[in-house]
Ligand binder design. Structure first.
Ligand code: CAA
Ligand code: NAP
Length: 246
């Protein structure tokens, strides 16, 4: 029986690459999209033309009730979730001087509360079945901080605190919990940075002098989801072209 993988935010740059990689490896892949997303049918049609049969469910990962309803619907329609990739996330970059409560809260709820909201309805089932993989997408900027990202850096650092604590609690139950901390990857999130800032402030910090590719992160997700990764838990794996070494 194919394992079932749930990838939040699978219609974004990184999430799509993860969906494609896991599907190519034989997982049954389910994804979520924001209730406001208007391109769901188009995305499903395009990926169907590519040969994939993704299932997609609306979910505001920042909202606890929405997350519970989404997971309940997936479990009922498709089956229990074996692999959860907490990928959905946003940026609201501004210097701390300009940071207001709205943009602080938006990033904390979408990037950190979401990890609780989505993991909560999934983890007990994994423990009961004695197998599970929880993969949380953090960021290099949660490890090192970033100019203009007090909200994002705090949320992403929090993600790894969550990973470590939960990894301890489920380690003896066949469930692993890990963090991936990508550096700058060429998706919408990064292409929205002003080109001048990208060229003058960010690319010079990356020893490989390029952005990462979504497929490179997807390969790491696939490894962490695999049987071979059974002894890896509580880890924070960097994939950043040498930008930050800890
Ligand atoms: N390091 C040091 N100084 C910086 C800087 C940086 N990274 N970015 C901007 N500054 C400086 C500018 O040089 C400028 O200095 P002066 O006043 O001395 O001229 C000052 O800060 C103000 O800069 P801006 O005019 O750009 O200010 P702003 O308020 O319009 O914008 C900002 C500030 C929103 C932080 C903008 O600079 C920006 O978008 N920076 C990019 C932030 C970033 O890296 N985001 C990552 C998004 S991708 C992501 O998050 C994915 C991931 O996980 C890796
Ligand atoms: P992206 O292309 O902007 O995709 C973000 C995804 O998150 C979208 O699919 C979006 O869904 C979803 N999302 C946002 N808010 C949501 C909400 N409230 N509820 C449900 N889904 C929501 O960004 P990306 O680059 O692929 O980023 C994916 C993850 O990687 C994020 O957690 C990001 O922080 C992290 N990351 C990215 C980079 C990078 O350089 N790109 C580096 C490090 C870490 P809709 O499209 O349906 O709204």
């Amino acid at each position: 029986m194919a394992r079932i993988a749930l990838v939040t935010g699978g219609m974004g740059g990184l999430g799509e690459a993860v969906c494609i990689k896991l599907a190519a490896l034989g997982y049954k892949v389910v994804t979520t999209y924001s209730p406001s997303n208007k391109k769901v049918d188009e995305w499903l049609a395009t990926t169907r033309d590519m040969g994939f049969d993704f299932k997609a469910y609306p979910c505001d990962v920042a909202d606890y009730d929405s997350a519970q309803a989404c997971v309940a619907a997936i479990v009922k329609d498709i089956g229990p979730i074996d692999v959860l990739v907490n990928n959905a996330g946003i940026t609201r970059d501004m210097t701390f001087k300009k940071m207001d409560k709205l943009n602080w809260d938006a990033v904390m709820s979408t990037n950190l509360d979401s990890v609780f909201n989505m993991t909560k309805p999934v983890a007990d089932g994994m423990v009961d079945r004695g197998w599970g993989r929880i993969i949380n997408i953090s960021s290099v900027n949660g490890q090192k901080g970033a100019f203009g990202q007090t909200n994002y850096s705090a949320a992403k650092a929090g993600v790894h605190g969550f990973t470590k604590a939960l990894a301890l609690e489920v380690a003896r139950k066949g469930v692993t919990v890990n963090t991936i901390s990508p550096g700058y990857i060429g998706t919408k999130m990064v292409t929205e940075i002003p080109q001048e800032v990208l060229d003058s402030k960010i690319l010079p910090q990356i020893p490989m002098a390029r952005l990462g590719k979504p497929e490179e992160v997807a390969g790491l997700v696939a490894y962490l989801a695999s049987e071979e990764a059974a002894f890896v838990t509580g880890a924070n794996i960097a994939i950043n072209g040498g930008q930050h070494m800890s």
